[in-house]
Structures are given as C-alpha cells and as structure tokens.
Design a protein around this ligand. Sequence first.
Ligand code: FES
Length: 109
Amino acid sequence: MNRIKHHIILEDLKEAKKVKIIVDGEEMEAYEGEMIAAALLANGRKQFRYTKKHHSPRGIFCGIGRCTDCIMTVNGVPNVRTCITPVEDGMVIETQKGVGEWKRGENGV
Ligand code: FES
C-alpha cells in the first residue's frame, strides 16, 4: 500500500489495526478508522463512480464531504460519501453507476 508515513504538519502515521474490505469483489487491506477514499487511493483505486448522464468516471475531488464525486455503494447503501466515511472490517464497497441502487434489505446485503 502507498501511504504518506511522515507528514510535516500531521506528523507520523499512527499504527492502526489492519482490516479487510471488499471492493467490487476484490479483497483489499485498509486501516481501521481511515476514510474509505483514503484506503482506495492507497490500494491504487482512483475511480469511485460513473455519472448518470455521460457515464464519466469520478473520484475524490473536495475530500471534505461537499461535492459527492466520491460516492459509492457501501454495504448495499448507495450515495455514501467515501471521503468522510470510515472503513470498517468486512465492508462491501461497490463502484456506483448513476444514482445507484439500494441493495440492502430482503434480497440485498
Ligand atoms: S470528494 Fe467531495 S464529497 Fe467526497
């Protein structure tokens, strides 16, 4: 994983428990409590969703929960802003197409 380990302002990256997340069916390693977007970037993923009208790829843009470019389907729930949502062990994360699809409930996750 590629991460900034020493930062001039934030100082050294603190040790955290490693967890597994599933991204589009692929198992990835992440640190518990870090934001989903950070974990994806560390694992080389830059495209998080595709727009509804033109199917254009989008990824992290503002990084502070305002633009919604980073939304994905997380544990069956669409439109989750991954830049402000912490990773949890076993999370199932999917690239979102358009407005997404609610998969939670009787037939979902
Ligand atoms: S990158 Fe803008 S809301 Fe997440």
